[in-house]
Design a protein. Structure first.
Length: 501
């Protein structure tokens, strides 16, 4: 009964005219971003963060969340029609979705993707609503030592599940931690790594680093590539599934939803990992694995349900523990901080309308996405014909206006350019920048909780193993490190990322 009353509060909040508008705007932009190759939810949310300053907190979070899970829908459209994933989590959808389109079954593939995504989104939001309060109560038992150990686990998880070399991922984590140390130490009042630059005394702005690393750097990278797009829009017809196709797609959708819901919660997890894991699972359990890569409907239903489930359950550690499970959730923490909301277990008790309103908005957003995706296929396909040389100047102007508006200071623009060059360098070196952002966000929080724990224990390091929660989290961290060393896991990990590339 308590869950129902909480959801009622959430729907009362989410169903206001203002919040419905921002939910619609978020999922619409998310779908469009998912359709356009090269622009993902990370870069888009980073670019839109300054625009949220003038919005009410709940409207801002509903919009940004809609962009994230909306991009999962849009990415499948280009993957199926163009064989070009608009979003990383849609890479595996290309394998069978585009083959279905070439066979004249594009409508069936698109309908499968939309319905699987809707089912997964609905179920995973229910999981979020059911388990978030339980985890929140558990999180209230956490002390500073427990939070420090949890953040260690999160960073190690990000390393294990980061693309490419583990060594490079570790280097990116430490780079993020070092950048997070810039500014005045709140405990001693001493400026660290500020180099007598006044703007650096108050730490590097989260919007600046995220927009430089993910906005500007992505634009530079995309300008290097020219893509031939074989659009199969003319063959799109018959948005329905036959009885046989439905029987094959339904179990794959259910399995993908369960797998995505679990993997979305894990540190470093999320939509992309869930999609690849679901495709591998479907291939293993299928009685006809030889059909995969040749138009198997399970190869669309499984990954598409998994990536949407993973996208939505990744909000669980954010809302309950205040810990980001991936780069997008790190940006969401930035958005919450912009509005003076401290992420963590107190959000549900101190701001229940925001907590439950955000959850309820996901059901509304998923319904809007089904309405948007199938009837507007023609519009999304036409967007693909917009030359990137027209898109990128408009994006750059928008970014610069947003950066200037954060502090009414051109220093933010110059700093973002520096991070853009740094981000582009990392891209060329094949270093994933998401672990850097997680390190930047978690670094100051880790330092603060470490100092609190040491202050409470009077300098006794044993506090981290004497508390049961902290000990379990540290043991899990050690287990993850051992997993990385294991040759079998290393080979599986490398094979998965080679498949994605």
């Amino acid at each position: 009964m308590e869950l129902l009353s909480n959801l009622l509060v959430g729907f009362e909040t989410a169903l206001t005219l203002q919040n419905i508008f921002y939910c619609f705007f978020g999922v619409f932009i998310g779908t469009a971003i998912g359709v356009l190759p090269g622009l993902g939810p990370i870069a888009t949310i980073a670019m839109l963060l300054p625009a949220t300053y003038g919005l009410p907190p709940i409207a801002a979070l509903i919009m940004l969340a809609g962009i994230y899970y909306g991009a999962q829908y849009g990415g499948s459209t280009t993957a199926i029609l163009v064989n070009l994933p608009g979003e990383a989590s849609s890479v595996v959808t290309c394998l069978d979705g585009h083959e279905m389109a070439k066979q004249g079954r594009a409508g069936t593939a698109l309908a499968t993707a939309a319905l699987a995504s809707f089912f997964a989104g609905t179920v995973s939001t229910l999981v979020l609503a059911a388990f978030a309060p339980v985890l929140t109560e558990f999180a209230l038992e956490f002390g500073p030592a427990d939070y420090f150990s949890l953040m260690v686990l999160g960073l190690i998880g990000a390393v294990v599940l980061a693309h490419g070399s583990v060594i490079k991922a570790v280097a990116m984590i430490f780079t993020g931690l070092l950048i997070g140390m810039v500014g005045t130490d709140v405990n001693t009042g001493v400026a660290r790594f500020a180099f007598d630059i006044p703007e650096l005394m108050d730490r590097i702005d989260f919007v600046t680093i995220s927009m430089g690393m993910f906005g500007f750097a992505e634009i530079i990278k995309n300008l290097e590539h020219k893509t031939d797009r074989e659009i199969l829009a003319a063959k799109v017809k018959g948005f329905f599934l036959s009885k046989t196709e439905f029987k094959r797609a339904a179990p794959a959708t259910a399995r993908g939803t369960i797998l995505g819901s679990i993997l979305g919660v894990l540190p470093g997890g999320g939509a992309t990992l869930a999609a690849f894991a679901a495709y591998s699972l479907e291939k293993k359990v299928s009685k006809t694995p030889q059909e995969f890569g040749k138009g198997a409907i399970e190869g669309v239903a499984g990954p598409e349900s998994a990536n949407n489930a993973g996208a939505q359950t990744s909000f669980i550690p954010l809302l309950t523990l205040g810990i980001p499970s991936n780069a997008v959730m790190a940006l969401m923490i930035g958005a919450m901080m912009i509005h003076d909301i401290q992420p963590g277990p107190m959000v549900m008790s101190s701001n229940p309308t925001l907590f439950w309103g955000l959850i309820a908005s996901m059901w509304i957003g998923n319904l809007l996405l089904v309405i948007l995706n199938l009837p507007l296929i023609g519009l999304w396909v036409k967007m693909l014909s917009i030359p990137y040389r027209i898109l990128f100047p408009a994006i750059l102007v928008f970014c610069c206006i947003g950066l200037f508006s954060t502090n009414n200071n051109t220093f933010e623009i110059y700093a973002a350019v520096v991070f853009a060059v740094l981000g582009y360098f990392f891209i060329k070196m094949k270093c994933e920048t998401a672990p850097l952002l997680l390190g930047f966000v978690l670094g100051p929080m880790m330092e603060e909780n470490f100092r609190r724990a040491m202050s409470i224990s009077r300098g006794n390091f044993a506090v981290f193993v004497e508390r049961p929660i902290s000990l379990v989290l540290l043991l899990l961290s050690a287990g993850l490190l051992l997993l990385v060393i294991a040759p079998g896991f290393r080979k599986t990990r490398e094979a998965a990322f080679q498949e994605e590339d």
